[in-house]
Design a protein around this ligand. Sequence first.
Ligand code: FES
Ligand code: MG
Length: 571
Amino acid sequence: MSTYRSANWFGKKDKMGFIYRSWMKNQGFPEDLFDGRPVIGICNTWSELTPCNAHLRDIAEVVKRGVYEAGGFPVEFPIMSLGETLLKPTAMLFRNLASMDAEESIRGNPVDGVVLLTGCDKTTPSTMMGAASVDLPTIVVPGGPMLNGRFQGEQIGSGTHVWKFADEMKKGNMTPKDYLFAESCMSRSAGHCMTMGTASTMACMVESLGMSLSGAAAIPAVDSRKKVLAHLSGRRIVEMVKEDLKMSKILTRQAFENAIKVNAAVGGSTNFIIHLTAIAGRLGVELNLDDFDQLGSHVPLLLNLMPSGKYLMEDFYYAGGLPVIINELKEHLHMDVITVTGKSHAENIQDNITCYNRDVIYAYEQPLIKEAGIAVLKGNLAENGCVIKPSAATPGLMQHRGRAVVFESIEDYHARVDDPALDIDESCVMVLKHVGPVGYPGMPEVGNMALPKKLLDKGVTDMVRISDGRMSGTAYGTVVLHVSPESAIGGTLALVENGDQIELDVASRRLHLDVAEAVLQERRERWQKMNQPMNRGYVSLYVNHVLQADKGADFDFLVGGSGSEVTRDSH
Ligand code: FES
Ligand code: MG
């Protein structure tokens, strides 16, 4: 009898074996598919409500070809798909839920290896987290970015240009007609955001961790080579099962260190920190906020992509893709760690290292920006840390002291930000509370608050903004995010009042609320928790168990794994 775990279903000779096989046979699978060959689960985040992943059923069919060809038995199953653009109040609220769906669907079913089909932001970390807690041989096929946006002769980037166009509309520089037309010019093919937003960041994370075939991250969704990648991944996962190349063998501390450095070099999203921390937590790999700063903040920016630079993912692919970045960083990465190919990064990139456009991918010695990685700040305003992405910020604001203008909630912000009477100028620091994991709940991407209209009209383009929320990977500005502990649980952020002085000093990694400790203590005693009427359903589970941002915002009870064993039968 086969030694794979699926034999505990299909290999049984008793009544249970009959049940496990017979119902599957209603799909027309021939007898020999149940002979003990590796069963490959294709975990699909396809959904028409997740437009970035809407093409993944086609991709799944191509993966199946590869699996069959290699002698495996592919079975596709859907899990909760998280679409960034439609899901309210924020897709992040459901990342942990989707991870539970992935985990239990994989563990409870007769699969020996897993292919994760991902795309839109949260679909990558949610499936990775769930799969990591089961720890079977697993490979990721990233769905790929959309083709570059094109509008009135110019390249436009997903997300990034939404913020720009919205500002232009606000200032009266763009007509409603052009605004509407720009929508179809931005999203013109299957695939995820083609800026270096969170989806592209996650695809690069996957490849740098060694969890996809080499070169996967940048291939556009509609490029025929995306299908080649899917086909080859289908073949490879069957071999991985035979080699028992589990996720935990690939995702070592060294692999995480590689991912942090690569993320800095590509100018990846701040969301990377939260997701990578959560994935590491599932595998018991020690990773804390300081690691991101120590390992990543001095790495130079090599990739010239929006929002930090000027190009888009299609250009990245044509310039050579992530293997070129890995090659540029090779002196600084653990090149000998094993990847899903069964080979090391060093072996993977051997014959795949030409850069075809040095304006898109810069050389390590002549980078776009010398130090680009995400900086982690601490101080009395964020005892457990907060983050800023210097490559997306304004150099002149990296050291700044200003008067706080406080918004108690996102509703408060919307109600007052454009009020001409709001007492604010460009030297002020905008502070937004109650947008953290517990506070919103779900930690939405609202940290890059749009500037007050009256300041935009004056030509102001950036201001220091601070919150316990996140920002879209496609956004930019001098934005301090992920303040931990968050305001809703009584972090110092909750105590900031209008008129307080705040000091930001990125070079010395400091965020300071210049208010005497005695005054803060007095405010602390007066502070009252905002009343949240959430006492049922998933949201109540969420607010009671979500960890703070610096711990990856996973649920406390999901940290770690339970392996793949299930001893009991269903009937
Ligand atoms: Fe799906 Fe950006 S909205 S990747
Ligand atoms: Mg996003």
